[in-house]
Design a protein around this ligand. Structure first.
Ligand code: SAM
Ligand code: SF4
Length: 435
């Protein structure tokens, strides 16, 4: 039976969220409608993430839960990076899986659904150059802050990471496709565009780089804010740094993963930077945009990491005074060089280091948030807050800001910050800025 309703569940990074939105649009264009609950859907797409341990096991147990009490099941599509890594093996491991579709083959989902309804169990993990974007319908719906993928894949081969294997080589979407999509999103109500890529700052089209693209998107009516993530220190060029000082709509926030503060570990990770070259980029960035908030990714417990190496990580955290950060325990990923390195770090040491790192980052995050109390800022309203009458907005520095207001998602408000915790700010309204 041809499915009439679908549910897409996306896990992991923002790029998966974006892919999930595009798959929904694709299925919508076939006349299918989104179901609120998984239990009501004729087709369930699990859009998976492979970055951390037991990702595949988790995906199979999620698939197992799709069997319903009466013994029936929806049509099940395994998508995302676990699908890419497992391929046809997924069908052998779970008889519930009808479709296996990798991140570069989503555009074929409707035809794969049709094949599956005829009893086939199609698998597509090919990586054709970017053709999937051409198959997607125009954007007709947007969030106040909307994701737009501009670059995919990675050629960096950090020794711990599966992305180069699951997402393939670095490719950039063409300039005109991106600008058109940004205009469609603006017409559909987006006020902020978040440009996405595994190495977004490696984006280029005929010698035009990300800074050029940002300047172009800043000219689109309705778009008031621009962000981009995730960047690699090796692709952080002077033009992009200069754009932070020159383009008002480019928000004062940079997520630039460092992973470790120890040069010895950075080398073993095959990162192309040292602690000093990373800090030099941030110094230039602060000179261009003094109020920039900095964020990073960290891995603790990489093979061979000593207490001294870990102290170097704490030191860089103190030096940078991060406004936020994502921290991970090292997870050996099958097929990556680090998984077979000697001197794997015991779990209890990793956990202890993670806790100490998080404490240190929280101290800086709280100080950063508290420094905002009493200041005036504009926030972009995204959605209702937890409390009645409360809405949740974002500061230019990506902090969550709670305000009591009858404003709607997409409104930009002038607020005064009255309180801060390590996770969020509270504000009172000064006036509503022109929509
Ligand atoms: N391309 C981006 C970069 O280089 O920073 C981010 C890609 S990755 C999806 C996001 C983060 O996951 C990485 O920055 C890293 O901190 C973390 N990560 C990747 N592989 C990991 C692993 N095997 N164990 C723990 N953390 C990992
Ligand atoms: Fe993974 Fe490194 Fe590529 Fe980032 S740069 S996606 S961490 S291999």
């Amino acid at each position: 039976m041809t499915p009439k309703t679908f549910k897409i569940k996306s896990f992991g990074c923002q790029m998966n969220v974006y892919d999930g939105e595009r798959m929904a649009e694709l299925l919508g264009a076939q006349g299918m409608t989104a179901a609120d609950e998984t239990a009501e859907a004729d087709l369930v797409v699990l859009n998976t993430c492979h970055i951390r341990e037991k990702a595949a096991e988790k995906a199979y147990s999620d698939v197992g839960r799709l069997r319903r009490e009466d013994g029936s099941k929806p049509l099940v599509a395994l998508a995302g990076c676990v699908a890419q890594a497992e391929g046809a093996e997924a069908k052998r491991r779970s008889s519930l899986i009808d479709i296996v579709v990798g991140p570069q083959a989503y555009h074929r989902l409707p035809e794969m659904v049709a094949e599956a309804t005829r009893g086939a169990r199609p698998v597509d993990t090919d990586m054709p150059a970017i053709s999937k974007f051409d198959a997607f319908p125009a954007r007709k719906r947007a969030n106040p802050s909307s994701f737009l993928t501009v670059q995919e894949g990675c050629d960096k081969f950090c020794t711990y990471c599966v992305v180069p294997y699951t997402r393939g080589a670095e490719i950039s979407r063409p300039w005109s496709d991106i600008v058109n999509e940004a205009k469609e999103l603006a017409d559909a109500g987006a006020r902020e565009i978040v440009l996405l890529g595994q190495n977004v700052n490696a984006w280029n089209d005929n010698s035009r780089g990300l800074a050029h693209l940002i300047r172009e998107i800043a000219t689109i009516g309705g778009i008031e804010r621009i962000r981009y993530t995730t960047s690699h220190p090796g692709d952080m060029n002077d033009d992009l740094i200069a754009a932070h000082g020159e383009v008002d709509k480019l928000m004062p926030y940079l997520h630039l993963p460092v992973q470790s503060g120890s040069d010895r570990i950075l080398k073993a990770m095959n990162r192309s930077h040292t602690a000093d070259t990373y800090l030099a980029i941030l110094a230039k960035m602060r000179a261009a945009r003094p109020d920039i908030a900095l964020s990073g990714d960290f891995i603790v417990g990489f093979p061979g990491e000593t207490e001294e190496d870990f102290q170097a990580t704490l030191q860089i955290v103190d030096e940078v005074r991060y406004a936020s950060a994502y921290t991970f325990k090292y997870s050996p990923r099958p097929g990556t060089p680090a998984a077979t390195m000697e001197d794997q770090i015991p779990r209890d040491i990793m956990e202890d280091r993670l806790e100490r790192l998080n404490d240190r980052i929280n101290t800086h995050r709280l100080a950063f948030n508290r420094s905002m109390v009493g200041s005036d800022m504009q926030i972009l309203i995204e959605r209702p807050g937890k409390l009645r009458g409360q809405m949740l907005g974002r500061s230019p520095w990506l902090q969550s800001v709670h305000v009591n207001t009858d404003a709607k998602p997409g409104d930009i408000l002038d607020v005064t910050v009255v309180a801060a915790s390590s996770n969020s700010l509270s504000g009172t309204i000064r006036q509503r800025a022109a929509a």
